[in-house]
Design a binder for this molecule. Structure first.
Ligand code: ADP
Ligand code: MG
Length: 141
């Protein structure tokens, strides 16, 4: 069993029809999908998930955006899953994201940047636990 990370295909990417293309990137990078769920976040869920950013100037708009439409939420597994997924998605701002990264190819701007990725093993476990029960991680059973 490898490490786990948490990913979201954000409302901009789902709305733009990029879910399947982003799934392909996930599978091409050899991640195992442990669980997936299409979910429209409530404001309260988005606020809870991004509580760490509460003081940042973009927080309110981020909450509105993240609760504006369906998200595909995913628990992923791979050796070094957190750093590997961060590498696949690229920099927060697509203008700074490396060629071939998901954000470079699918993001609209620094807010509507197509995908989320956990930033540490500790946060990955917290984020997976925020949206999934252990028994929902079915590929793990
Ligand atoms: P990352 O998603 O790369 O870990 P952060 O944790 O810093 O980036 O920010 C969380 C999310 O908040 C980003 O993915 C993006 O949607 C949004 N965001 C970050 N910085 C800005 C900004 N300067 N302006 C608007 N939205 C932002
Ligand atoms: Mg982050």
């Amino acid at each position: 069993m490898g490490n786990r990370t948490f990913a979201i295909i954000k409302p901009d990417a789902v709305r733009n029809g990029n879910t399947g293309k982003i799934y392909d990137r996930i599978l091409q990078a050899d991640f195992k999908i442990l669980a997936a769920k299409l979910l429209k976040l409530t404001k309260a869920q988005a606020e809870g998930f991004y509580a760490v950013h509460k003081q940042r100037p973009f927080y309110e708009e981020l909450i509105d955006f993240m609760s504006s439409g369906a998200c595909m939420i995913l628990a992923l597994e791979k050796d070094n899953a957190v750093s590997s997924w961060r590498e696949s998605i690229g920099a927060t701002n697509p203008e700074e994201a490396a060629k071939g990264t998901i954000r470079k190819d699918f993001a609209t701007n620094v807010q509507k940047n197509a995908v989320h990725g956990s930033d540490s093993d500790e946060n990955a476990e917290k984020e997976i636990g925020f949206f999934f029960t252990e028994s929902e991680l079915i590929a793990n059973q």
